[in-house]
Ligand binder design. Sequence first.
Ligand code: NAP
Length: 342
Amino acid sequence: MKKTMKVIGFKEHLPLTAANSLQEFEVPRPQVQEHDLLVEVAAVSVNPVDVGVRRTGHGVLQKPKVLGWDAVGIVKEIGSAVTLFKPGERVFYAGSFKRPGSNSEYQVVDERIVGHAPEKLTDAQAAAVPLTSLTAWEALFEQLEIAQGPAKERTKTILIINGAGGVGSIATQLADWAGLKVIASASRRETIRWVKQHGAQQTVNHRKNLVTEVRNLGYQYVDYILGLSDLDGHWAEIAALIKPSGRIAAITENKRPLDLKKLTKKRAKFAWEWMYTKSYYQTPDMLSQHVILEKMAALLDQGIIKSTVTQELSPFNVANLKRAHELVESNHMMGKVVICKQ
Ligand SMILES: NC(=O)c1ccc[n+]([C@@H]2O[C@H](COP(=O)([O-])OP(=O)(O)OC[C@H]3O[C@@H](n4cnc5c(N)ncnc54)[C@H](OP(=O)(O)O)[C@@H]3O)[C@@H](O)[C@H]2O)c1
């Protein structure tokens, strides 16, 4: 194996129109540490976090910043403490916020946040799901404390705001699998059709007033709300719609102070979900991301959960990575865009 590898990254935070907003570099191939796997990356997907990190910052970086938080690939080497994987196995993962990303020939990743890739899925189908699955799973089953498993929550209702995006497309499926009545927000004919295909029984339009939209469906309140877009814009609606003692989770940061007082009388609970928390802080339950990805792989192989890939690009080069960033940057994605090596 050669000592260097190709990556696509950047040294300056630039708009996509700038020629060097994303460019190819040759860098040293990383070495595995104790719990690391060295993975030869076969396909990646692009998430809003890639766009956010690319756009945010100043100055010229000393080393290229490599983005990419979704990958499928083959394990080539393992660290001395690895117990969960062997060389040659096909894996999928989102990765860590602190380490170089998957837009790379090879990547090192801690085994505790990696799963065996679903066997029946193509590389493109598998690369679409790790980050959004971890986020949706942790939000629903850890932060909202919904009972995990088929049809466990038959009498309860969840409102998912932004049902057709990457996270929403998995969250609607998982909430449906748990037996919840799922109301998902979608604003266009194609996204309404998409969320219904992915487990939403009813839809509301997030471009209209969500309180009116939900009440028009016959619900005064809902048991759970999962906020997957524009928390500032939707906060008053969320506070109005949550049932007394209900639970709310959000994955997008507020830009203005959040008025938690709106929840006092209802004694509703609010929780954040950040998919990177466990690896960022090396929490004792970091291994739970391996467990979630293994469960997701089984659900995907059984056809209970479907991959959310809607667009496949190849080969993996600067032009295609820019195209994928452009699609995600539009903030109108339905499902996921994936780039395969070849
Ligand atoms: N905390 C975490 O761990 C975590 C993890 C993943 C993602 N995120 C964040 O969560 C957000 C969603 O991620 P994603 O991957 O699902 O994004 P995405 O796929 O890019 O979401 C695109 C969708 O957002 C919808 N949308 C746009 N504006 C909206 C609004 N005001 N209200 C409701 N929906 C709206 C669009 O619908 P229309 O086209 O119909 O308007 C579109 O279908 C992003 O901000 C991302 O950075 C956080």
